[in-house]
Design a protein around this ligand. Structure first.
Ligand code: ATP
Length: 300
């Protein structure tokens, strides 16, 4: 049976400008193209996990504007259960993204409705209790994230936290986290160690397992009492890396929920993320299970 994954997190509309080179402060550049995509780290991870084969429920909030309606519809079409996605008065969250010709990106997030997610309802709690795995990120208020992590811990539900955007984490959140997945910048911000190995080692003082994602270099897995493992990323031509991290986490969660051991799940998640960077957009670029399996087979 497919694993049941609950995601508590942000739902945003991504407003993306494609430019030859990102503008510096005070500079105006002419973009090549503008597109909108459903996004938000929470919704992205939900879509990635659903496409990777999991049964996914999303706890989140959208506003009463047109973006809110579009995002709910997009999640429904991706097969994500939106029963606990609330609609709250006001603006939906937005992410303003600039993508340059090298596939690099710069992002401003305006939280909108996501800012209302400060705690759990009884319905949220019951859903988390029933899950195999809880996915959390930091684009909603920290109070909501901590409440969910603690509830999951109390009920034996494995908790996976993406500490993005980077910020200092309260001890009670780390204490309730089973697997932490920072990118290398977040790992450095959390620990003060620029070297990912050193950062992962330091983070193991607080959480039992850490995966540091390293962009095109792949990822680094570290667990208490075991040698760190580096998992290389497949060599591909990136056109847009937006959402690569969320694709990676969603696919990893689906594989872990099926009971795959972490090192093997990491290889599969890297294959999924490499597929996503070869297409534009975040959720729109996320691969389906059959594609991931076919690509993984071709890499062998
Ligand atoms: P983003 O914020 O762009 O979504 P991130 O900063 O959270 O990404 P990264 O470390 O950049 O996370 O990427 C996550 C994973 O995606 C990497 O561990 C790798 O497996 C894959 N990936 C990213 N960029 C590339 C690339 N250019 N080629 C192949 N795989 C990639």
């Amino acid at each position: 049976m497919a694993p049941h994954i609950v995601v508590l997190g942000s739902t945003n509309m991504d407003l993306v400008a494609y430019v030859p080179e990102a503008p510096r402060r005070g500079e105006t550049v002419t973009g090549r193209e503008f597109r909108t995509f459903p996004g938000g780290k929470g919704a992205n991870q939900a879509v990635a996990a659903a496409r990777a084969g999991a049964t996914v429920s999303m706890i989140g909030a959208v506003g009463t504007d047109a973006f809110g309606t579009q995002l709910r519809t997009a999640l429904d079409h991706s097969g994500v259960d939106t029963d606990l996605l609330r609609t709250v008065e006001g603006a939906t969250g937005t992410a303003h993204i600039v993508v340059d010709d090298d596939g690099g990106n710069a992002i401003v997030v305006v939280p909108g409705a996501n800012a209302t997610l400060t705690g759990l309802t009884h319905g949220d709690e019951a859903l988390i209790t029933s899950a195999d795995l809880l996915l959390l990120q930091l684009e909603i208020p920290l109070d909501g994230v901590v409440a969910a992590a603690r509830h999951a811990r109390e009920h034996g539900v494995r908790t996976v936290l993406t500490p993005a955007p980077a910020q200092q984490l309260p001890p009670e959140l780390l204490d309730a986290t089973d697997l932490l997945i920072p990118n290398e910048h977040e790992a450095a911000a959390l620990t003060g160690a620029a070297d990912p190995h050193a950062a992962a080692h330091a983070l193991l003082d607080r959480v039992p397992e850490v995966v540091v994602t390293l962009g095109a270099e792949g990822s680094l897995y570290a667990a208490r009492g075991a040698e760190p493992v580096t998992v290389p990323a497949p060599r591909v031509t990136a056109v847009d890396t937006t959402g690569a991290g969320d694709t990676f986490v969603g696919a990893l969660a689906a594989a872990l929920g099926e009971g795959r051991p972490l090192p093997s799940a990491l290889g599969w998640a890297s294959t999924a993320a490499a597929l996503s960077v070869q297409r534009p957009g975040a959720a729109a670029a996320m691969p389906y299970r059959t594609e991931i399996d076919a690509a993984a087979e071709a890499e062998r």
